[in-house]
Unconditional design. Structure first.
Length: 313
């Protein structure tokens, strides 16, 4: 795998993620439940990240059209997903006003479902999966210069270390006291993209990458909780009599911000973490000794030992 040509690897990864997306679109058309909509959004993100990482291989009008359609699909799914997040958090608040919010949120969700289902059905009826696969094959064959013909291991060594350094530097900024929820949300988007990029290259690095990904997933979980509080507060702002619930959401958000700051400091901050990332990412295909986990991970594990695991994708 390490010696596979970058262009070939990129096309195979794009087809793989497109296949997952097509499957999930069909699943969501059959069931609009919270899990299906969440999985759809993850499938969209993973496919879009392959196109972003290997952009030199995927250029042209047809791919730009694919990106636009993905964005529109994501927006429609986001409206439904926001209602699901609100259902979940409002039910946890246990405030007297929470019970009256559910019927209002359900009306919002039904409208969002109609819009999403119409868009997905149009995609399926047009046999977009076959058309997109053809567009990917065409662009992957005709695009890219010398870099697209390089072994994927060389592309990984060139791409990932600077990306990891930027990720850690931005994370250090986001974890500082005084960072706003909006700052943390922007970093959360970067974190997701970095995580999905690492997962794209997982075949190149093998099992040593897994422990690093676990740390990223937990940071993503904390940042997701922080952003969910903002999302639900915005959604509830159009209703009256929700002051107690929004106050509870603010307090919950502050606690999650403190948890994220502590976790990041103990797991990712410092030169030790950067050295560990450099060691891992400079050795594709498990080239030498397995890289150590980022320093401070044990301390973070002890802080979170009693926390119920939450699936993050």
């Amino acid at each position: 795998m390490a010696h596979c040509q970058t262009r070939k690897f990129a096309y195979e990864q794009a087809c793989r993620q497109l296949g997952r997306l097509a499957f999930q679109i069909n699943q969501t058309l059959r069931s609009h439940d919270a899990e299906s909509v969440h999985d759809l959004r993850v499938a969209i993100r993973r496919f879009a990240q392959v196109l972003r990482v290997f952009k030199p291989c995927f250029r042209g009008k047809d791919v730009r059209k694919i990106r636009r359609e993905l964005s529109q699909m994501m927006e429609a799914a986001g409206e439904v997903r926001n209602c699901d997040i609100a259902f979940n958090l409002v039910s946890k608040s246990k405030r007297s006003e929470a019970a009256g919010l559910r019927p209002k949120l359900e009306r919002f969700r039904r409208e969002g479902e109609r819009v999403l289902a119409a868009r997905l059905k149009r995609w399926a009826d047009r046999q977009s999966s076959l058309k997109w696969r053809g567009a990917l094959a065409n662009t992957a064959t005709t695009n890219g210069g010398a870099s697209s013909k390089a072994p994927i291991s060389r592309t990984a060594q060139r791409t990932l270390p600077p990306m990891a350094q930027a990720f850690l530097e931005r994370g250090n900024e986001a974890a500082r006291t005084g960072s706003s929820p909006r700052d943390l949300h922007h970093f959360r988007i970067e974190l997701k993209r970095f995580r999905y990029t690492l997962e794209i290259f997982a075949l190149v690095y093998g099992s040593p990458l897994e422990s690093f990904l676990e740390g990223i997933k937990h940071a993503q979980e904390l940042l997701g909780d922080i952003n969910d509080c903002d999302t639900v507060r915005h959604l509830l702002s159009q209703f009256r009599g929700v002051e107690k619930t929004t106050s509870w959401l603010r307090k919950r958000q502050r606690r999650r911000i403190e948890e994220f700051q502590l976790y990041w400091t103990e797991t990712f901050a410092g030169e030790g973490a950067m050295r560990s990332w450099r060691t891992l990412l400079s050795r594709p295909a498990g080239g030498a000794k397995p890289a150590r986990k980022p320093e401070g991970r044990a301390g973070a594990a002890s802080q979170t030992a009693g926390r119920r695991p939450v699936a993050v994708a």
